[in-house]
Write a protein that binds this ligand. Structure first.
Ligand SMILES: [Zn+2]
Length: 177
């Protein structure tokens, strides 16, 4: 594959990974955001079970179905509280712990590979979690996105890894409520 094709493939891959958060968001706002981002599949990477009833996996699946959006639950790609506690306020470490966990924990790895393979389809995916932040340094949906992009880069033969924090902002669309 020529270098131009590779860049194109990488851009396509990157652009289909959207992200948003749902804390403090109402279901109709959530759906509007997804429609604006042209999302076909929601990938739920919440770890814990603290959320309003209307955002329980069952309700969310039903809500999305009405709007023709698929729902995919990837609990093993949530950020375990043990890791969060270990990292405390050190978010550089938190990211490192999370990315290692996603790559090495058997269950997480399985879900990571599944996602990676899914992303070859012509659909837009949206990673959602309950971290109440738009800050790329603080939340695992960005860390997962970065990990997936780096897997793709690696498979395409790019040697350098990217860090979303320093990455072209155009390629990391994020949504304010
Ligand atoms: Zn998060």
């Amino acid at each position: 594959m020529g270098i131009d094709r590779k860049y194109k493939e990488l851009a396509k891959f990157t652009q289909k990974i959207k992200t948003t958060y749902i804390k403090g968001i109402k279901p109709d706002q959530f759906v509007k955001t997804l429609e604006r981002l042209k999302v076909n599949v929601v990938v739920d990477i919440r770890y814990w079970s603290l959320y309003p009833t209307y955002f329980s996996p069952k309700f969310m699946k039903d809500l999305l179905e009405i709007h023709g959006i698929e729902y995919l639950k990837c609990k093993a790609l949530g950020n375990p509280s043990a890791l969060r506690k270990r990292a405390g306020e050190n978010f550089e470490l938190a990211k490192q712990l999370y990315q290692n966990y996603a790559k090495n924990d058997p269950e997480s790895r399985q879900e990571l590979v599944k996602l990676y393979k899914l992303f070859r389809f012509r659909k837009n995916y949206c990673l959602i979690c309950y971290c109440p932040t738009l800050d790329i340094k603080l939340c695992h949906r960005f860390w997962l996105k970065e990990l997936l992009i780096n897997l793709k880069r690696n498979n395409l033969g790019f040697s350098e890894k990217i860090n979303l924090e320093n990455f072209n902002k155009r390629l990391v669309p994020e949504v304010a409520s």
